[in-house]
Design a protein around this ligand. Structure first.
Ligand SMILES: NC(=O)c1ccc[n+]([C@@H]2O[C@H](COP(=O)([O-])OP(=O)(O)OC[C@H]3O[C@@H](n4cnc5c(N)ncnc54)[C@H](OP(=O)(O)O)[C@@H]3O)[C@@H](O)[C@H]2O)c1
Length: 292
């Protein structure tokens, strides 16, 4: 077998990153910058530590999955640039970009549909203006801005509501819906929309971005618009589950919480699919592959 390709990775312990490393461990040797690494922990908010790891690595590309992803906890830190959300998502990304610039490393940065306000009726395209309405989305938008001034090659892949074939310790949306339906405890919005992302397919898109040195901003979901109730119903039907799903109203829910909520974050993926040499699975094809 050919030698493995060295690859820098942040956030390899997370829901998305761990699936990429699982699927591509035969092709790449991973140089992991991980906060919880027992042997060589790296905090991406520490510029010197990040630079040191980049300098020691022979990798020509870095996948930057790491982020502070708890949207509700992020809202509690809104406006606070010394809070963890800003430090990890913005300062951490600045550090990755600065270290990458020194060795002209290609950075593949994972972003989110939450850079949009969610008021669009259909799907967002890459040229739509970012307008985040909460702090996690705000910090991820500022992280995207880091690359507009970058001197190294970069790719931004925006995703939304990612789910993977096998369950992770923190359940993704599809596995969480499945668990709720099985327990007969599913109450799902009939008026909230999003663009599910099949992580197993996203991993192939990331690999393609590295191999083909794809640069620029791309939406990388499955390219479809789904509602919570609709997705739950599809899971119930595909797996022949007996639990009932109660319809629920986003507007009623919003009266009970104090943070803003995007109503529709579905993304148009034509820009990416027009150049991909393989077809992304439909959401229904992806759901059929779920392991529980
Ligand atoms: N999950 C979603 O719904 C979603 C939706 C859209 C976009 N995204 C984006 O997709 C990417 C991956 O998300 P995910 O859901 O896989 O995230 P996740 O499961 O929350 O994992 C986050 C990862 O970031 C690492 N990390 C956090 N702070 C760090 C620090 N200071 N230094 C080094 N590493 C640090 C964590 O390391 P430890 O485990 O060591 O703490 C973990 O590996 C993120 O950029 C996220 O914004 C996610």
């Amino acid at each position: 077998m050919a030698d493995k390709i060295p690859l820098l990775v942040t956030g390899a312990n997370g829901l998305v990153g761990s699936k990429f490393t699982e699927l591509f461990s035969d092709k790449y040797s991973f140089d992991i910058l991980e906060l919880s690494d027992p042997l060589a922990p790296v905090d991406i908010t520490d510029l010197e530590a990040v630079k040191h790891r980049f300098e020691a690595s022979g990798a020509k590309a870095c996948i930057h999955f790491a982020a502070f992803t708890n949207v509700t906890a992020a809202w509690e830190q809104r406006g606070d640039k010394s809070g963890l959300t800003y430090k990890v998502n913005v300062t951490g990304t600045e550090n990755i970009s600065q270290a990458a610039a020194q060795k002209n490393v290609h950075v593949i940065h994972l972003s989110t549909a939450y850079v949009f306000d969610g008021e669009n009726k259909e799907t967002y395209v890459e040229s739509d203006k970012m307008n985040p309405i909460e702090w996690y989305g705000e910090t991820k938008a500022r992280a995207e801005d880091v690359f507009s001034a970058a001197t190294h090659p970069w790719t931004i892949l925006r995703i939304d509501q990612p789910f993977r074939s096998n369950p992770f310790s923190r359940l993704d949306i599809a596995h969480a819906f499945m668990a709720k339906i099985k327990a007969n405890e599913a109450r799902l919005f009939t008026n909230h929309y999003f663009g599910p992302t099949y992580i197993d397919d996203l991993a192939r898109v990331i690999d393609f971005s590295i191999s083909e040195k794809l640069t620029g901003l791309f939406h990388a979901t499955a390219g479809e618009k789904w509602g919570d109730f609709e997705l739950g119903t599809a899971i119930k039907n595909i797996f022949n589950l007996s639990g009932e799903i109660q319809p629920s109203d986003l507007d009623e829910y919003l009266k009970t919480v104090n943070r803003p909520y995007q109503r529709n974050t579905a993304l148009n993926t034509d820009k990416l699919t027009n150049i991909l040499p393989f077809k992304l699975k439909t959401v229904e094809e992806a759901l059929a592959e779920l392991i529980f």
